[in-house]
Each structure stands twice: as structure tokens, then as C-alpha cells.
Design a protein. Structure first.
Length: 87
């Protein structure tokens, strides 16, 4: 499961990364989004992943937890979860 969080500066994303690592997630990257116009604000993306098995109900719970997590830290957004088979 991949988790995507965004913010306008990388500092808070680093804090989110550290807290998610403590909760068993693996760091993938933090990157600056491409801009269509040079005057657009910066958007940094934090990508984390964690191997978990979910049912629709447990995935809904994880979404809720991550929305709250992003809100508590003051991040711009929790962009969602990417899911796929565990290799």
C-alpha cells in the first residue's frame, strides 16, 4: 500500500516520514511536483509504503486515520492510498 501526502514545504513531510516509519511504513521519496506555470506554489509529495492486507472496511479505517494524521500535522493534504498485490 502506497501513501501520498502533500505540503508546500518539505519540512513537515520529513516529520510525517519519521512518524510513519515508527508505525512500520517504509520511506519511498519526497519530491517536488512539476509546475505548469512558474508562479504556481511549490507542492512537495511524500510517498511511503507499507505491506498490509485489507478488506474494504479496514481500508476505510486506514483512510480515516491518515486524513486525521495529515490534519494534526498541518499538512496540505492526504492524497490517498495506492493498493496492489503483495509480491
Amino acid at each position: 500500500m502506497g501513501i501520498l501526502l502533500t505540503h508546500n514545504a518539505p519540512g513537515l513531510l520529513g516529520q510525517a516520514k519519521d512518524e510513519l516509519i515508527i508505525k512500520g511504513h517504509e520511506f519511498v521519496d519526497i519530491h517536488l511536483s512539476d509546475k505548469e506555470q512558474p508562479d504556481e506554489p511549490d507542492v512537495f509529495w511524500l510517498h511511503m509504503q507499507k505491506r498490509e492486507i485489507h478488506m474494504p472496511q479496514t481500508l476505510d479505517i486506514r483512510h480515516s486515520e491518515l486524513y486525521v494524521f495529515a490534519n494534526i500535522l498541518g499538512l496540505d493534504s492526504y492524497d490517498g492510498i495506492d493498493v496492489g498485490p503483495i509480491e
